[in-house]
Design a protein around this ligand. Sequence first.
Ligand SMILES: Cc1cc2nc3c(=O)[nH]c(=O)nc-3n(C[C@H](O)[C@H](O)[C@H](O)COP(=O)(O)OP(=O)(O)OC[C@H]3O[C@@H](n4cnc5c(N)ncnc54)[C@H](O)[C@@H]3O)c2cc1C
Length: 501
Amino acid sequence: MDSTEPYRATGTGTPAGDFDVLIVGAGISGIGAAYHLTTQCPDRRFVVLESQAGFGGTWRTHRFPGIRSDSDLFTFGYRFKPWTGPPIATAEEILRYMGAVIDENGLAPHMHYGHTITGASWSSETNRWTVEAVRADTGETLQFTAGFLWMCQGYYRHDQGYTPEWPGMADFRGRIVHPQTWPDDLDLTDRRVVVIGSGATAATLVPAIAGRAAHVTMLQRSPTFFRTGRNAIAIADELRELQVDPAWIHEIVRKRILLDQARFTRRCMTEPDQVRDELLAAARELLGPDYDLARHFTPSYRPWRQRIAFIPDGDLFRAIRDGGASVVTDEIARFEADGIRTRSGELVPADIVVTATGFELAAMGDIPFAIDGQPLDFADTVTYRGMMFTGVPNLAWVFGYFRASWTLRADLVGDFVCRLLQHMQAKGLARVEPALRAEDHNMPVLPWIDPEDFNPGYLLRGMDRLPRRGDKPEWQHTQDYWTEKDAFPAIDLDDPVFVYR
Ligand SMILES: Cc1cc2nc3c(=O)[nH]c(=O)nc-3n(C[C@H](O)[C@H](O)[C@H](O)COP(=O)(O)OP(=O)(O)OC[C@H]3O[C@@H](n4cnc5c(N)ncnc54)[C@H](O)[C@@H]3O)c2cc1C
C-alpha cells in the first residue's frame, strides 16, 4: 500500500489495513505526530484514527461562548509552524491553524474521522498491534494492524464532562448544562446564569456571556489565581513592524515566552508570597479598592500548584467591575427550584446553571488493551518519562505539560518516537519496551503525578487508573520542559532501559 493511500473499508471485521504506525486521535498531538512522521520518517505507512467527525480534539469538542486558549499560541502552536496572530487565540483560530498544518503537509489522506477505537491487542508472535475501530457512519467494526501505536488521545472523555451530583438537582426548574456539551439552542438573553467553577473555563465563559445574560454569577467553592495582561507580546509586534520573517519571529517569541515562564515558575517556588501579592495587586487594580479580593480571588494554595489561567485584557475582572457578573464564594448545599442554596444560606437565583466543573479522566482513550491475550491495566505499569510504559511494547503516549503549553512536549515526544523508529529500522528490530533496570528495582513506585506538586480534580479522581512513576527522571513525567528539551534528544537508545527484540 502506498503511504498516502487511504485504507479500504470492505465490511465488518474485515482487515482494513496494515500500517507501520497507527496514531490515535486527531487533536493537536495527533496532527503533530502525523507531521513528525511525514517529515522525519517519510517511508512509514501510517494512519490516524479519530472518533470525532473531524480534526481538532479539544478545540472541536468545546464550543461554549468565548472558548479560547489560556496558553499563548507561540508555544501552544507547533515548533515548526509559525503563529502569526495574537497570543491568546479562539478555538476557531486554533482549528484554522491545525487545518493549515494538515493542508500544507498533505496529511489529509492519512486521517480517518468517525472511527472510534474500541480495542487494542498486542501479539508477540507477529509483533503487531491489532486495533478495532467502529465506523460512525456504517457501524462497522474494522480491524487495523500496526507495528507501533502512537497514543494522542488526550486525557479526558470528549463525549461528556464531569458534573458532581448535588442534592435537589431534579427540583431545579431551569436548565443545567456542561460547557463541554454546550447546546446550540441555549438562549441566554435576559436569563440569570450561574456558572459553577473557578477554572479557566469559568473565567472564559463568564465575561463572554456577561453582556447577553441578565446577570452571571460565578459560584466557586474556593478562589483561583489569575494573571492578566494585554493579549499581545511586545517583541512580536516590534519584529512584525520590522517585517522580520514570521518563522524567525515565531522562534524568537517562543524563546522569550519560555524564558519569562521559566523565571515566573521559579519565582512561584522560591518567593510564592511575593508572586501572590503581585497577582492580587493586578486584580485589585481592575476590581477597585473596595472589592473583597481576600474572599473571592485569594487562594489558599501556593501559586502554580494549579494551572494559572491568563485573562486577556482582564476581561473577567472588567465584567465583575461593570456589574454584569459577580462572584459568590461558598459551598453548594443544594439546588432549589429557582437557584442554588449555599451552605451559608444564600439563594443564588438562576434560570440556567452551567457546571464548569471539569473533566472525566479517560486513561488511554478508554480503550481496553491486551497483551498476548492478557488484559492490560496501565495502572500496573511504570512510565518511562511519561511517554512509554513498562511491559507495553511499541507504544508511546503524548501527555503534554500542564504548566507550560502541551504542544511543547508533543514536539519533543514526536522527535523521540521518530528517532526510536529509525533506530529500530536501522538495527532490524521489531519490538521495544521499557523495563526497570537492576538499579531501579527498589525504587518507590508512586502515583502518576505528585498531588503536592499539581492537583487538579480530574487527575486526583482518576489517578488510580493512570500508570505509576518512580523517583528518577527516567521513570516520571517531570513536567519540566527546560530539562526535557535537552534530556530527550540525548536519550541513549541503547540504554538497558530499552529492551528490544
Ligand atoms: C477548554 C480547554 C482549554 C485548554 N487550553 C489549553 C491551553 O491553552 N494550553 C494548553 O497547553 N492546554 C490547554 N488545554 C489542555 C488541552 O486539552 C491540551 O493542551 C491539548 O489540546 C490536548 O491535545 P491532544 O491532541 O493531546 O488531545 P485532545 O485535544 O484531547 O484530542 C484527542 C483526540 O483523540 C480522540 N480520541 C480519544 N479517544 C479515542 C478513541 N478511543 N478512538 C478514536 N479517537 C479517540 C478524541 O476524540 C480527540 O479528538 C485545554 C483544555 C481545554 C478543555
